[in-house]
Design a protein around this ligand. Structure first.
Ligand code: BES
Ligand code: MN
Ligand code: ZN
Length: 465
């Protein structure tokens, strides 16, 4: 889909004109007011749509009215959702060209373009029959700059969603490294197994041992002008999580190609930074590998030594994400960055607690967490804080090592959080985002089709900006 901006659209001939209606107000179009509002009592509740055939009485063949709800409740995330909804409707009626002429009080160009991208997304490269797409949309009321920024975000989300949707046989650690190396405007270093060994990443390496896919430790770096802060973003990069020797049941394994959604998010974010030029130094870090029960696999009862020297008794090989993240967090801490944010499909417990539309967040700095939660809200994503009380550490006590990698059946998301905290050092502020429930949908939800959502991309990009 091509997205255009045209600020004078008075005489524009188009297939479908898309306009908005706030509850209790008229639309900007006479014909729409006469037939949809007065005659058919179309209210314009948020997300409602109404399609009007103009039969030659307007420059457009059809008018699509989208409900914006109450005017004082309208905001940027709602613009994203409303545009996504409209594009879905356009796909349904097989429209090829549309002009969005919204009557709104601010420049919502960025949010609108993001909405168009979300709705336009399909993962149909393996299907003979492709999904129906709109060829071209034109926005009239927004600035080019805002729309262009939205397009950068949209492209980043698309990269993230594609990588997470790809089968594990395609999106291997080696492939992720290759994608990282091809991102323009950043530098990328990739460390192989021998180098990972030399860096003493014993926890991460243990997880990788059961697979024939070699692990790749990926370190990307974006350097903006006059960097005001140095930030590391770490993505969990389990290209497939079978559970390892503690093998998952078949039904739980079915979607475990998505266990690199955190890594895919970091790649998406890094791909956009050179275009957005924030005044920051951003490190993108991925400890990519597979968790498989092959011959060399690590076993329950093994004792691993992480990069910072702490020892871990393996209680369950399916709690592998925190082992790979432990070494990645040590590595990021050694860089001496001001802030570390990790994003990971880490625990089924987080999904049980918060569901599929809310991600969990925890960390060691209240202000940073509050800031990220607020940013998420303005970005159209929902984050909720989970606690990291020291009590959660009790369940990780080991008789033979510094800690175990899992503990009690309860409070699993927080237990994983306190485990990760053990590997943050120096003065770094740290936040951990658990996207186990939100990264990958088994069925469509709101503006998202089933599969990968690209969660985290919008929030992290806005946070970094
Ligand atoms: N990748 C999973 C978590 C997950 C579950 C992500 C469901 C997406 C959907 C993680 O590696 C895992 O297996 N966690 C275990 C931890 C347990 C063994 C303590 C879990 O949540 O069951
Ligand atoms: Mn697992
Ligand atoms: Zn996992």
């Amino acid at each position: 889909m091509e997205i255009k901006v045209l600020n004078d659209a008075k005489e524009l001939k188009t297939e479908v004109l898309v306009i908005n209606k706030f509850e209790g107000e008229k639309t900007s179009n006479e014909l729409a007011n006469k037939f949809a509002v007065e005659k058919d009592k179309f209210e314009g509740k948020f997300g409602q749509t109404y399609l009007l055939q103009t039969l030659g009485q307007d420059n457009a063949d059809k008018i699509l009215i989208v409900g914006f709800g109450k005017k004082d409740e309208f905001n940027a995330p709602k613009m994203t959702e409303a545009v996504a909804k409209s594009v879905k409707k356009l796909q349904q009626i097989h429209a090829k060209k549309a002009c969005f002429d919204f009557d709104v009080m601010c420049d919502y160009g960025k949010s609108a373009a993001i909405g168009a991208y979300i709705a336009d997304y399909a993962f149909d490269k393996y299907k003979s029959e492709k999904s129906t797409k709109v060829d071209e949309i034109t926005f009239t009321k927004f600035s080019k700059a805002e729309v262009e920024e939205g397009i950068i975000y949209g492209e980043a989300m698309k990269l993230t969603r594609d990588l997470a949707n790809e089968p594990a046989a395609y999106a291997t650690p080696t492939k992720l490294a290759e994608v990282a190396q091809n991102i323009e405007g950043i530098t990328t270093e990739v460390f192989d197994k021998d180098e990972i060994e030399r860096m003493n990443m014993g926890a991460y390496l243990a997880v990788a041992k059961g697979s024939i896919q070699p692990p790749k430790f990926i370190h990307m770096k974006y350097t903006g002008k006059n960097p005001k802060k140095r930030i590391a973003i770490i993505g969990k990069g389990l290209c497939f999580d079978s559970g390892g020797m503690d093998l998952k049941p078949a039904s739980s394994m079915l979607t475990m190609r998505d266990d690199m959604s955190g890594a895919a998010c970091v790649l998406g974010v890094m791909s956009a930074l050179a275009k957005l030029q924030p005044e920051l130094e951003v490190h993108g870090i991925i400890a990519a590998c597979e968790n498989m029960p092959g011959n060399g696999a690590y076993k329950p009862g093994d004792i691993l030594t992480a990069k910072n020297g702490k020892t871990i008794e393996v209680d369950n090989t399916d709690a592998e994400g925190r082992l790979t993240l432990a070494d990645a967090i040590c590595y990021a801490s050694e860089l001496g960055v001001n802030e570390i944010i990790d994003i990971a499909t880490l625990t089924g417990a987080c999904m049980v607690a918060l569901g599929t539309s809310v991600s969990g967040i925890m960390g060691n700095d209240e202000d940073m967490i509050a800031n990220i939660i607020r940013t998420a809200k303005n970005s159209g994503e929902k984050f909720w804080e989970l606690p990291l009380y020291p009590e959660y550490k009790d369940s990780l006590k080991s008789d033979i090592a510094d800690m175990k990698n899992t503990g009690s059946r309860y409070g699993g998301a927080s237990a994983a959080g306190v485990f990760l905290k053990e590997f943050v050092s120096g003065n770094a502020k740290w936040a951990h985002i658990d996207i186990a429930g939100t990264a990958f949908l088994e069925k469509p939800q709101k503006e998202f089709i089933s599969g990968a959502t690209g969660v985290g991309v919008r929030t992290l990009l806005n946070y970094l900006k």
